[in-house]
Design a protein around this ligand. Structure first.
Ligand code: TRP
Length: 455
């Protein structure tokens, strides 16, 4: 049997997985969702979902991946041949295409900001000017599409030339630098005038803001940010070595990922309140807020240049992971050479990304269920497909896998202890699927419908 490639070192495992998890989801999507969903109450729900749902689902994906040593769709064919469980894999592959359809657009925006920072044109503008310029830019036809296509080309290049190693090595330096810059920005942000209002928005929950849509958004954000629910981590963990400590890796990735999101919140909200920006601004929030913070720093252009480069790289390590899920599937399922499979994926995502970019400008009038194409892709993937996939993953392992096999894999054949195995197993088997199911029913209004019968 051909020996399967595995990650070289423990740090390689962590970096690749953190690289997949940390991206625009933490720095762009988290603050935007928090702003739209009323602040601190959303944060609590998000953290709750990370602990109760995200962590158990991540560990379960690690189990499936390393146990089967297959890609997202293949894993279910090996573990449950001839059954409908492979629907989890198909849901995941489709989700990868759809996520890339809007993720590449936002990734493209980071490139525009790199160029703007380098040319010094982010200097000396008012908060209103930053906002108008962003909205002119994102709703225009040519430039956003150009950057999006360039970003797809970068991702494509990495996927076909396997410079993953280089990226891994580079991440060892770049990720800590990103962390450092985030800390510097935090300090600058919390010392701005009126920063307390932002911190209070972020940390002082107003429980009356909680409703079914806030809960669904918090759950969606937890899944999206941790990259769980669609088999991405099944694919990654299929490359883990047999000595990799799955429990510790899951915990480290979850903590780091949540920390980056939290730092992003602490940077954005004090600044939002200090500069009089609307917290509910939506997808543009980060792009209209950060330039104001940079302009308050000495050597602002330099800092913003470094920041946007790092943000683009963080996005790249995430787009690679999504592209890989789709490419591996097309490559294996249709027996196509890898480079052609990658090309098909890239070209398909160009089509999606172009439409979703245009849906913020000239195609704004064309909506699906009242959402622009961009928002629609974001909504169906994060709020429906990922939690749905996570629910099925738990039900699959909970009902089809012998506890002994599960425990043996998660303890590396009994060599690392798993003190909370029973708790984990209970959460994975019962709490997670039931909780996700209830959130769905609640959002659909079905719970209201049922309880109203008894009033
Ligand atoms: N988690 C990444 C982010 O926060 C995005 C991402 C990468 C993702 N791979 C994924 C989201 C798989 C869902 C599923 O930016």
């Amino acid at each position: 049997m051909k020996k399967r490639v595995t990650f070289g070192s423990r740090i390689g495992v962590i970096l690749a997985t953190v690289g997949c998890a940390v991206g625009l989801g933490n720095i762009w999507r988290f603050p935007y969702m928090l702003g739209v969903n009323g602040g601190a109450a959303f944060l609590l729900i998000y953290i709750g979902c990370i602990i109760i749902l995200g962590l158990p689902v991540m560990l379960t994906e690690f189990f499936i991946g390393r146990h089967s040593r297959k890609n997202a769709a293949g894993a279910f064919k090996v573990m449950a041949p001839g059954t409908v469980w492979s629907v989890i894999g198909y849901n995941g592959v489709l989700a990868a295409f759809l996520i890339l359809g809007f993720y590449f657009v936002v990734a493209g925006w980071t490139l525009e900001y790199i160029v703007q920072a380098a040319s010094g044109s982010l200097n000396g503008k008012s908060a209103t000017e930053f906002a108008t310029e962003f909205s002119d830019f994102s709703s225009s036809v040519f430039r956003p599409i150009m950057w999006t296509v360039i970003f797809i080309a970068f991702t494509h290049f990495v996927i076909i030339s396997g410079v993953k190693n280089g990226i891994e090595r580079a991440s060892k330096v770049l990720m800590p630098v990103l962390f450092l810059i985030l800390i510097i920005l935090c300090v600058r942000s919390v010392t701005l005038p009126n920063a307390e209002a932002g911190l209070s928005f972020l940390f002082n929950p107003d429980f009356s803001k909680i409703n079914s849509s806030v809960i669904l958004s918090g759950m969606g954000q937890a899944f999206f940010s941790l990259s769980v629910g669609m088999g991405c981590l099944i694919t990654y963990s299929s490359y883990f070595g047999k000595e990799t400590n799955l429990q510790r890796t899951a915990l480290e990735v979850t903590v780091l990922d949540s920390l980056v999101a939290l730092l992003a919140g602490v940077i954005i909200f004090p600044a939002v309140f200090s500069f009089g920006i609307e917290p509910t601004a939506g997808p543009e929030l980060v792009f209209i807020t950060l330039p104001n913070v940079f302009s308050q720093l000495p050597f602002g252009s330099l800092w913003s240049f470094i920041f946007y480069v790092l943000l683009a790289l963080a996005a790249l390590t995430s787009t690679i992971s999504l592209h890989e899920v789709a490419t591996a599937y097309v490559h294996e399922e249709y027996h196509m050479i890898r480079s052609r499979a990658a090309l098909i994926v890239s070209l398909d995502t160009v089509v999606f990304a172009v439409i979703s970019s245009l849906s913020l400008g000239i195609l704004k009038e064309y909506t699906i269920f009242g959402l622009t194409f961009f928002d629609f892709l974001d909504y169906v993937t994060a709020k429906i497909m990922l939690p749905f996939g996570g629910m099925l993953i738990c039900i699959f392992v909970g009902t089809r896998v012998d506890r002994k096999i599960l425990k043996a894999e998660l303890t590396n054949e009994g060599t690392v202890p798993f003190y909370f195995f029973n708790t984990y197993s209970f959460f994975m088997k019962y709490i997670a699927p039931v909780a996700i199911g209830l959130v769905f029913l609640n959002e659909l209004g079905l719970i209201n419908l049922i309880t109203s019968q008894f009033k």
